[in-house]
Design a binder for this molecule. Structure first.
Ligand code: AMP
Ligand code: MG
Length: 391
């Protein structure tokens, strides 16, 4: 059994990059950007009116002004603004030559003579000047970021329609166990529904991977071996849950070795999650995760998710906050690091949820996060600060 930190280090040292691909920018939400995006244009590309109103020479503001043309957005001004002249202009339209200010329509009145008069007391320029935001050739997005809707707007505005992103790690998911039936089925006596595969698929997708489901492998060495070989050949990462404990039918480690997986660890000092197994194959990495859904959930969040991020060249950090404990928490054994689901109380404290162990799947949806107690620690005192990691 190795310490959690050691297991984490081994996994992170095994990272294999998935490489990159070019995709349509509108499909790139949540993908990891792998190139620098530069602007092919000044932004704004011309001096632009920021209000509907009248383009004038500021020095003429006290005077009655002749209106020489109307400039809708999307059209090019034809008239130069000379002394005591102005043009009616719409938001987003180019400011005509000669003008240095746009009066808001609300601050003006058109006299019966057809001339314009300013009737405000003060005006801003109301012009967005060419290149005041970005100059042509400037870098606007840097590699390594997770693409947000705002980034997609930036790509659209600089015409970056094909974007280089990390290829999603194809993550194969296998559940092992003869007692498992699929969620749409009614479990018979001694059977349970397969919740792990679907949770892991969702976790893989949330981590940015491409989840690929391989079904349930019965507790049969040949059946497990053949599905495993297929997954190892087709995926960047394989997650097989169940069958890694110490029972007579827990032969997954044996099958893994037969399939050519070099096991780097098979036991981790973490509770839940002790039977966590990790190995490397020719081109795929592999986790043997505990069958219990709470255990596999936690191990995925703590080790697999950072691995998937690193495979895509992304430095993911979990959301964490420091909060005082609502009440004292104790445990009997402390040889392993322990992960405890918590809620945040109305008065802003962390409170351990009522949790019966690693099969208690319904404890997780309402938990805000988890805290971890290091090996050797049996108590957290009421009021003591703990780090709550959001799940
Ligand atoms: P194992 O690791 O195979 O010994 O399984 C440990 C526990 O987790 C057993 O109670 C299994 O029935 C349960 N379990 C295993 N796989 C799954 C799964 N895919 N979904 C839900 N529970 C599972
Ligand atoms: Mg089993």
């Amino acid at each position: 059994m190795i310490a959690f930190e050691e297991a984490y280090r081994i996994v992170m040292n095994s990272v294999v990059s998935t490489g990159t691909e070019k995709i349509r920018f509108e499909d790139s939400l949540n993908r990891i950007l792998r190139e620098e995006v530069r602007s092919d244009t000044d932004m704004p590309p011309f001096d632009k009116a920021t209000v509907d109103g009248f383009a004038i020479r500021k020095q003429d503001i006290e005077n009655e002004l002749e209106i020489v043309e109307t400039i809708p957005a999307g059209s090019v001004p034809r008239k130069h603004i000379g002394k005591n002249q102005c043009s009616r202009i719409m938001t987003g339209a180019p400011v005509p030559e000669g003008a240095d200010c746009v009066l808001m329509v609300e601050d003006t009145i058109v006299l019966p003579s057809g001339r314009l008069k300013f009737r405000g007391t003060f005006t801003k320029e109301n012009i967005a000047f060419r290149a005041e935001d970005v100059r042509k050739g400037d870098a606007v997005l840097e590699p390594g970021r997770k693409i947000k809707p705002q980034d997609i707007a930036v790509m659209a505005s600089v015409g970056h329609t094909r974007v280089e992103v990390s290829r999603k790690p194809v993550t194969g998911i296998i559940s092992s166990g003869s007692e498992l039936v699929e969620p749409g089925e009614l479990p018979g006596l001694s059977q349970i529904r397969n919740s792990n595969s679907y949770q892991l698929m969702a976790q893989a997708e949330r981590a940015g991977a491409d989840g690929k489901y391989y079904g349930i492998a019965r507790d049969d060495e040949e059946a497990t071996y053949s599905v495993l070989l297929r997954a190892l050949a087709e995926c960047d990462l394989v997650l097989i849950s169940g069958g890694v404990s110490m029972g007579d039918f827990d032969f997954v480690p044996k099958v893994l070795e037969r399939a050519g997986v070099r096991l780097l660890f098979t036991r981790v000092a973490v509770q839940p999650g002790k039977p966590t197994t990790f190995g490397v194959h020719e081109k795929a990495l592999l986790f043997g995760l505990p069958g219990n859904p709470v255990s596999s959930f936690m191990i995925f969040e703590l080790i697999t998710r950072p691995l998937i991020s690193r495979m895509m060249g992304f430095d993911w950090t979990p959301r964490q906050i420091s909060l005082p404990m609502k009440s004292t928490f104790t445990r009997r054994f402390s040889e392993r690091m322990s992960l405890i689901p918590v809620i945040i109380t109305e008065d802003g404290m962390a409170q351990a949820v009522d949790y019966h162990g690693s099969a208690h799947i319904t404890a997780l949806p309402h938990s805000y996060g988890i805290i971890s107690l290091p090996a050797g620690v049996t108590r957290v005192e009421k009021g003591e600060k703990v780090i709550v990691r959001q799940i």
